[in-house]
Design a binder for this molecule. Sequence first.
Ligand code: F6P
Length: 326
Amino acid sequence: MKSINNLAVFTSGGDAPGMNACIRAVVRAGIANGSKVFGILHGYEGMINGEMMEMDAAKVGNIIQRGGTILKTARSAGFMTKEGRKKAHEYLKRWNIDGVVAIGGDGTFTGASVFMSEFPEIRFVGIPGTIDNDLSGTDYTIGYDTAINTVIQAVDKIRDTADAHDRLFLVEVMGRDSGLIALYSGIASGAEAIVIPETPTNIDRLFQKLERGWLRKKSSRIIIVAEGDESGGAIVLADKIREKFNFDTRVTILGHIQRGGSPTCNDRVLATRLGYEAVEALMRGRHGVMVGQMNNQIVLTPFYEAIKDENKMNMQLVKMAEILSM
Ligand code: F6P
């Protein structure tokens, strides 16, 4: 079996807390396996522009606890073009790269699949790094645990002021196509309602629930809204509520605060394990797969399967949250 002589690693798409822990693991596992390891800066954009640097064990010291990514990241339009991928291939060849670890989400793996179909001699393995948790083949993606903990800390604070003023708050959380951040943070913060793109938002039912809460003299009410919900987000929903009720209503959009911060212990361990296992997989000749963790076991999933997240929403948890948020 061909082993990897020159290994490259990069981060791509939205950054996620734990990416640095993952880079550290890839670099050190690569070195331990006898490879030269290179870091590509700014994701696919840097691959196109030849932004590469050799990594050693010391370069990834003191980063396990840091959010963001020391390799920087980008969303690359250039890599979506054939010329862009050709340029990226030229640079990878110039550096004699034969194995690549891509840390990112669905866009990252789609890019890797297209690239591998054009240039099959360069072997890619993926690692799920996105706060959205919207990939199949892994229970959790790197960054999700930190993001949901950031959300619940913020919502706990909002709950204090909501309670003091007897207010209704709509808190919008990230998740372009996925309601998993909203679901977990909504359950953990005792939200009165959780609005997600995976289920149709029934405005009348939401109004009935708010009315019941009003009659029960609830002093604070929190609705968690996933940004990708078809209702149009927290601001639109708040306007609809104001049209119907006289509630003192406020909106908080948490935004990019959810992407930053020091990764939780779970994210650091997950990132480290997946980084290590990605290198092991490449060394065993595996490629075109994402390395994930399910039921505490390492699972390799083809890129095209990983980017389908259809069954990821846990409808039992959705139902439970609905029942308990009386
Ligand atoms: O994919 C991760 C994510 O944080 C989404 O939840 C969010 O919609 C998007 O990235 C925001 O992207 P950007 O930082 O490019 O605006």
